[in-house]
Design a protein around this ligand. Sequence first.
Ligand SMILES: [Cu+2]
Length: 340
Amino acid sequence: MNTTRRGFLKGTAGAVGAAALMSLQGHTDQVLANIVGDPKKAYAQAGTYPANMMGAELPPVSQEITLETPHNIREIAPGVAYELWSFNGTGPGPHLHVKEGELVKFSMTNPDDHMQHSIDFHAAQLAWEKYYQAVNPGETHAFDWTPNFPGVFMYHCGTPPVLAHIGNGMHGAIVVQPKDGWPEPAREYVLVQSEWYLGDPEADGVRRGNTQKMTAGTPDMVVFNGYLNQYQANPLVADPGELIRLHVCNCGPTVWSAFHVIGAIFEAAYADGNPLNKQVGMQTVTIPPGGGYTVEMRIPDEGFYPFVTHSFAYTGRGALGIIKVGNPTMPETTQMSGGH
Ligand SMILES: [Cu+2]
């Protein structure tokens, strides 16, 4: 192993240490300092709300999807309380997992008292004017559909202004398992990349979406599964040499994803998660808003492997998680060097 490689590994491991994410996280701290304003007050408020943190595990296949569309308040970063427009209370909504060619029974109830919502499944082939129309407060909308293409797809609310509904949290990922399954079992995770556009805290200490920022495409945060940097404290885990399969959905609403795992190469990458769309030896994949990718890798050496959007204006805004391979120890102090 040459010096450069050692330096890179040292830097990579250091990138996830408590004191060590400085280069990448410094910007995030700055962003948070700006958005939090009065941290004590904001934290006191946010502390009374549940955190919008969620697992990345791929749930078992279920051909029944039941969604509700409440507005509720959750913390989306330490000290930042936000009023979500949601599917089932979180933003993104729940990770969904169905099977190619098998009927899905879908039902959605809108318990909100003042706003219409709707559904749009990118995994479906359905007439917009029949199936994707507004569901009034207090009403339920139900239909059956069959996913004919495997992959990782976005679902979202399509009620105008769509930008505001998606931007306030009404988006998520639906994974359609290929009818014959994947050729090889793997450690599978679901990651949704999306943006938050924050207004100033209101009298109740809660932030709501800023539509001017949404329109300008200038997010305060770009995150995985809805919460800033959540997979640093709680990394995804894998064993050395194990096949890892990540289903990554970019729900936007606006920023593109350059998905990359530091220290790894995708031995296979499938555009929109369809096994027929296979590419090999990929370093970074481009995922448009409203698109997905399934990537596979094996990581031979124990260690910490950050996953990011390699579009670096956004990396430091919360889109940095960790895959912990084996049981590595974190160096107390280290410095960023080489590579990144
Ligand atoms: Cu909506």
